[in-house]
Structures are given as structure tokens and as C-alpha cells.
Design a protein around this ligand. Structure first.
Ligand code: BGC
Length: 732
């Protein structure tokens, strides 16, 4: 019998055995295998203890967290799942990773996380400022820079963006989100996650994003941080949920549950909002992480009597990963033994974190390429991008008699505690931003004007306190100059987490300085750096120009100087209302209609805010045409094309943002007086006329949710508003 013809068969059989064998042993290590298969394979090999380690997030650093692994790599278990890594040293990070991949039983790499909120080293404006730019392209570019720097510093997961719609500026974290409008938060949230995550699959320059804080955190009562909320389901669906719907659809990898309770049930343990809504209704399949000590806090929130109960409630509600409080580490095993949770539930959560690690390429490339510092951070082209971003975030709030730009001044008095600051302008959550990398405004403005203008600098006062000893020198500088540029505002620690304020006014010493300088009789330009709207009622009448610069980050001084000199035409507009007085809060543009439109206002202050949502001036003049519609009557499946033309009839080129608002005057549920449905920013050169178009999709733009999130589209008359123009149309 000739056996030769059997050779190929034997070969195939042997290869099959070989491949099968390899697969049986190491499928999860095979980069070419589908992620889901790799996850399944790895999961099969893991012990319960190893699985639980994946669900327990650790931290590194020297805070007083009992779960802190401290500085020594030796003390850390190689089996940990994820780590909040508060160092920017990739060599140290690689050391930790080496231990994990070499010493853990299955070689599972650690996922490194950090709060990269508005830049890693190259710091760009705080999110509230970003929204004032209305430039989604810049949001995407800046977050891509943050992602790249994070990856090169050793981070693959950022706890950002925060898309908590916030209209109580007493809440310090208003600075971390995109203002009071749901649509704006949704759009910036999407642009930001696209910048962080890039196109899938991840490359080694992008990171996983985390939507936070799910849900309702910004509605903490009275603007105090960490407290309770009382929000109707209707309000959640109308105001707080839209940004999550959009960003989940755009592919955000992870979500963080919030500290607050929702009508008594903390988000971290909220089966309805996490499981029924986020998982089932929104279809979110990524990882859910608790907030810092969020599980432990279930005890202080009064829904868990002890640690085990807290771990149980959070896990049963669908919180996959326990951020730092180690309650999963200590109790999940017992909960399994007691049959309160199942292995299948554990597997489901572990699957999610493993999947993310595979997708991020950590199994193939667990280590960071160590590049020289100057090749990793603050690259000149990146500084340019964030400078442009800072420029577009600055809002010209007031410009009486065209005081700005300062084209004729020969001598300028530069006053205020911010003039030489290179710290507070970075805002809170500045990751690894360093003051040495920030050019103070003083240097920027001197450079901007060169020897054409003389400057006299006097600090005038500190950010707070009672010391008026510099007031006279400031007055003398003012009186001997043509104009005063006065740079005031909030220290970075006055906004951000755990930084609520009961009063939005500047500290008395700063207000007193304005009043004192006003007696010199010179024109004053107020520059305002803050993480929130500021109450300006007493000082606004004393100054001629106001520029809100928020907290612009590493590269804010050159654009600010450019706006003051006229090299740059400001284009920012407010993403949040500036109240006239703190007592008006909550005050926001998209409130519902009241029973008596012209009554019920506070009697002791002016009606309405000082500066409304979308307010922002320019050095040029824009003339809006009437709104044109493709039809006056549409059906529910039609699209309606609306357009306006904007003519720049001034002398300077400019960037103009057109905001499109819809009003549904009569519906089964009272609708807001207007709601932003679309915005677009375009260049309009001097003398040119540019057309802006909005395609209205009835289901998307004219419907509203009910209290269960179902969209309702009702026939009737609608109003479309742009600037001071308005037009009506009918939906059949
Ligand atoms: C904050 C989160 C943050 C987390 C980790 C918490 O206190 O609420 O926004 O991501 O800490 O630093």
C-alpha cells in the first residue's frame, strides 16, 4: 500500500492538533484571535480571586487612602486590575507593569487610569470655557493631544469627559462640564470622546474615555457638593440624560456612577438607572466604575449598614469596578458563598475590563515607549492648538463705546492679582500641568505691544484678604495711564470638586479695588478668570470692557493679549447664564413657561440675568437675515431646511457662532421657552455674507421625552429662533 497520499492528511491532522493545543493553552495571547474569544479563553483560566482583583481599582501615590499601594512597587500585588496612577513617570509605570505581566499567574497587564480632564501636561481651557468656543473640532483636537500625552506618560484610561448639565454655578464642578445646556454637553462630550478614543481599534496614542458622573450629580441640592438630589424622572430624561444618550451612541468605553442619590437611591447602587436605563434602554455595554469611595459612601448615605451590604448593593446594581475602597476585594467572595451574587455576574463584570484591556492593545504592548520628555510633552504644534482653543473660549461680555481693542493707548496700567499669575489660570484638575510652562499674562501683553506702549504694573491686592496697602499705588498707576487693564477672578481651588460657593461675587477686596480705581476716572477693562459665572452687579457699571477668560490653561496669555491689542477678534459666547445676583440661582435659559409670564420676579433686583446664555460680543458687526424655510408645513417624516445669512458689515474678519433654538409653545407637557438644537461656527470675513443652515429632523429636533424616556412627537406649531429672528412652521 502506498502511504504517500496520506502525507497531506497527516500534516493537516498534526497541524490541527498543534493549533488546537496552542489555542487551548494560549488563545488569549493570540493577537489575531477575536477579542471576545480571547476574553472567554482568559476568563476560563482565572480563579475567583483573580477575577475579583480585576474588579478592584487601586491607587498609587501618597494620599491617605488605606488601599494605597504607596511608592514601592514591591508592595503591590501583580494581580491588580487597574490603577489610578498619579505619577507621570513612564519608567516607574513600566516597572509596575513588568511586575504584573511577569509575575501574575496569567500575565494580565494592569490598566492605568488618571483624571486627565483638560490636558495632561499641555493644559487647555477648563471644559466650561471650552464650551464657550462652540468649536467642536478644537475640542476633538485638544482631547487627542491629552490622549497622546497620557499614553506617553503611561495612562490608558481617563476619567473624562464630565457631561453633567449644570445650571447651578454655586456647585464648584460647574467648571468641569460644558454648561447649562443638554445639547451643548452632548456635542462637546461626543467630540471629546472621539478625540480621546480615536477611531477604533485603539492605537497607542489614544485612551479610553469615561462618561461621568452618571447621573444627576450636578443637581446636588443648593449647589453643595456630594449631597442629595431630588430630580423628577421627567427632568432626568429632558436635561441630564441627552448627553449620555449621544456619547454612549458615539462609543464611549466606560461610565462612572455618581456620588449623589437620585430621589433616595444612590447612583452607585441604583438598579433602575444603571441596569434598566443605562444597560437596557441605552444599550451601554462598556465598563461601569464607581466614583472614589462611592461604594463605601453607601453607608453614610444611609442605604447600607456595613461594608458587605455596600459591596452587595453596588455590585448587584451593576457597578463593575470598585474605585479604591476595596470593598469588592473584601466581600465579593463571601457574597458568592452566601449565594447573594453569582459567578456569572462576576464573569460579566470581569469580561468588560478584560475586553477593554485587549482592545487597548495592552496584552500586545504592555509597556510605554520611553521617549525624551521634549518629544512627549508640550510640542510646539500642540501649544499652538491649545492657544487657538484658549483664544476661542474668551468671551467679550461688555465693550462700552468700543473701548476694546486698545489701539490708541500709549500707557497702560496693568493691575490685579492675576496679571503675573501662572498657576490659577490652569484651573482645577490640571493633571501634570506645571506653572513653569505657563506664560503669565504680564509677559504676554508686554510682548504683544512691544515698545509701542508703556506698562506700569501694580498688583493692587491679593486674591482675597483685607490688605489694601497696594491700593494707592494702583490708583497712581491708573491716574498716570491712558487706560487700566484689571485682571481679577477666582483662584483655581474655588471651583472644581468640593469647591462650592454660596456667593458668586468676587471677594470684597477685589470689588473694593475696582471701586477705588474707578475714582481715578480712567477707562477700565476688566479681565475675569473664573471656573464659573461671577456675580458682577456692583462692579460691572464701573468698568467699560469685560473679557471672561475662564481658566485658559498653558497658553492663555498670548490670545488674551491679542484680543486686547486687536490682533484677535473675540468669538466666544456664553455656555452658561451669568446671573445678575446669586439669589437668582437657579437661572438658566431653557426653563419652562411660568403661569404668569410677567409676574413673580424678584422685586429687589433686575429681572433676568446680567448676561444670558449665548451672549458674546465681537469687534465686528454681524447682520442676520430673516430665517428662510424650505417649507412652512411639514410632515413627521419630512426634513425641513432652515437658513440664515450673516453679513459681516464691520471692518474685521470674525468667527461667528449661530445658535438655532426651537420652541414648542403648546404641547402635552409644558416645554422650555426655547431649546438649543444646533450650533455652527464659521468664519465670516469683513464684507462677506455667509449662509448658515440647519436641517430639522422632526423626530430628533421637535420631539420630547416622557418620564420613561420614550420620545413623543406631537403635531402643532413650532417656532425657530436665531439671534433676534424668529419664524413659525407647522408639523402635521
Ligand atoms: C471625582 C471623580 C474623579 C475621581 C478619581 C472623585 O472624587 O468625583 O470625578 O474621577 O475622584 O479621581
Amino acid at each position: 500500500m502506498r502511504l504517500n497520499h496520506l502525507k497531506p492528511v497527516c500534516f493537516l491532522f498534526v497541524s490541527f492538533l498543534f493549533i488546537h493545543n496552542v489555542n487551548a493553552q494560549e488563545l488569549y495571547k493570540n493577537a489575531k484571535a477575536p477579542v471576545q474569544k480571547r476574553v472567554d479563553d482568559l476568563l476560563k483560566r482565572m480563579t475567583l480571586k483573580e477575577k475579583i482583583m480585576q474588579l478592584n481599582q487601586y491607587t498609587e501615590g501618597d494620599n491617605d487612602n488605606p488601599n494605597n499601594i504607596e511608592k514601592s512597587v514591591n508592595e503591590l500585588s501583580p494581580e491588580i486590575g487597574s490603577l489610578i496612577f498619579s505619577s507621570s513617570d513612564p519608567v516607574f509605570r513600566n516597572k509596575i507593569q513588568k511586575k504584573a505581566v511577569e509575575e501574575s499567574r496569567l500575565g494580565i497587564p494592569i490598566l492605568f487610569a488618571f483624571d486627565v480632564i483638560h490636558g495632561y501636561k499641555t493644559i487647555y481651557p477648563i471644559p466650561l470655557g471650552q464650551a464657550a468656543s462652540w468649536n467642536l473640532e478644537l475640542a476633538k483636537k485638544a482631547s487627542a493631544i491629552a490622549a497622546k500625552e497620557s499614553r506617553l506618560g503611561g495612562i490608558e484610561w481617563t476619567f473624562s469627559p464630565m457631561i453633567d448639565v449644570a445650571y447651578d454655578p454655586r456647585w464648584g464642578r460647574v467648571s468641569e462640564g460644558y454648561g447649562e445646556d443638554p445639547y451643548t454637553n452632548a456635542q462637546f462630550g461626543v467630540a471629546t470622546i472621539l478625540g480621546y478614543q480615536g477611531t477604533q481599534p485603539y492605537d497607542s496614542l489614544h485612551v479610553a474615555a469615561c462618561l461621568k458622573h452618571y447621573i444627576g450629580y450636578s443637581r446636588s441640592e443648593g449647589g453643595r457638593d456630594y449631597v442629595y438630589t431630588d430630580i423628577s424622572d421627567q427632568a432626568i430624561w429632558e436635561t441630564y440624560m441627552p448627553p449620555y444618550i449621544e456619547t454612549v451612541n458615539a462609543g464611549a468605553a466606560t461610565v462612572m456612577s455618581s456620588f449623589n442619590d437620585i430621589n433616595g437611591i444612590p447612583s452607585t447602587a441604583n438598579v433602575h438607572w444603571l441596569k434598566d436605563v443605562l444597560r437596557t434602554q441605552l444599550g451601554f455595554s462598556g465598563l461601569i466604575v464607581s466614583d472614589w469611595y462611592g461604594i463605601d459612601q453607601l453607608k453614610s448615605q444611609g442605604v447600607a449598614k456595613d461594608d458587605k451590604e455596600a459591596a452587595y448593593k453596588a455590585f448587584a446594581a451593576g457597578t463593575d469596578v470598585d474605585m479604591v475602597d476595596n470593598l469588592y476585594g473584601r466581600h465579593l467572595e463571601d457574597l458568592i458563598k452566601e449565594k447573594r451574587i453569582t459567578i456569572a455576574q462576576i464573569d460579566e463584570a470581569v469580561r468588560r475590563i478584560l475586553k477593554l484591556k485587549f482592545e487597548l492593545g495592552l496584552f500586545e504592548k504592555p509597556f510605554v515607549n520611553i521617549l525624551p520628555y521634549e518629544k512627549r510633552f508640550l510640542l510646539p504644534e500642540d501649544i499652538k492648538t491649545v492657544e487657538k482653543y484658549a483664544e476661542e473660549t474668551m468671551v467679550l461680555l461688555k465693550n462700552k463705546n468700543q473701548i476694546l481693542p486698545l489701539v490708541n493707548a500709549k500707557k497702560i496700567a496693568l493691575i490685579g492679582p492675576f496679571a503675573k499669575d501662572n498657576d490659577h489660570v490652569m484651573g482645577s484638575w490640571r493633571a501634570f500641568g506645571k506653572t513653569k510652562d505657563v506664560t503669565p499674562f504680564y509677559d504676554g501683553i508686554l510682548k504683544e505691544f512691544g515698545d509701542k506702549v508703556k506698562f506700569e504694573y501694580v498688583r493692587g491686592c491679593d486674591f482675597e484678604g483685607n490688605d489694601k496697602s497696594e491700593f494707592d499705588a494702583a490708583y497712581q498707576a491708573a491716574i498716570s495711564s491712558d487706560v487700566v487693564v484689571l485682571y481679577l477672578g477666582e483662584k483655581s481651588g474655588w471651583s472644581g470638586e468640593n469647591a462650592s460657593r454660596s456667593n458668586l461675587a468676587l471677594p470684597g477686596i477685589q470689588e473694593d479695588l475696582v471701586k477705588h480705581l474707578a475714582t481715578a476716572g480712567k477707562k477700565i477693562v476688566l479681565v475675569l478668570s473664573s471656573g464659573r459665572p461671577v456675580e458682577l452687579a456692583r462692579i460691572e457699571p464701573l468698568v467699560d470692557g469685560i473679557i471672561a477668560v475662564w481658566q485658559p490653561g498653558t497658553a492663555g496669555s498670548a490670545p488674551l493679549a491679542g484680543i486686547i491689542s486687536g490682533r484677535i477678534n473675540p468669538s466666544g459666547k456664553l455656555p452658561i447664564t451669568f446671573p445678575y445676583s446669586t439669589g437668582q440661582i437657579p437661572i438658566y435659559y431653557n426653563h419652562r413657561q411660568s403661569a404668569r409670564v410677567y409676574q413673580g420676579q424678584y422685586q429687589d433686583v433686575q429681572q433676568g440675568p446680567l448676561y444670558p446664555f449665548a451672549h458674546g460680543l465681537s469687534y465686528t458687526k454681524y447682520e442676520y437675515s430673516d430665517i428662510k424655510l424650505s417649507k412652512d408645513v411639514i410632515n413627521k417624516t419630512d426634513k425641513l431646511i432652515a437658513s440664515v445669512t450673516v453679513k459681516n458689515s464691520g471692518l474685521r474678519n470674525g468667527l461667528e457662532t449661530v445658535h438655532w433654538f426651537i420652541r414648542d409653545p403648546h404641547a402635552s407637557i409644558s416645554r422650555p421657552v426655547k431649546e438649543l438644537k444646533y450650533f455652527e461656527k464659521k468664519e465670516v470675513k469683513s464684507g462677506e455674507t455667509v449662509t448658515f443652515t440647519f436641517e430639522i429632523d422632526p423626530m430628533r429636533d421637535l420631539s420630547f421625552p416622557d418620564s420613561k424616556g420614550k420620545r413623543i412627537l406631537e403635531s402643532g406649531e413650532f417656532q425657530l429662533k436665531v439671534a433676534d429672528k424668529e419664524v413659525k412652521f407647522v408639523l402635521n
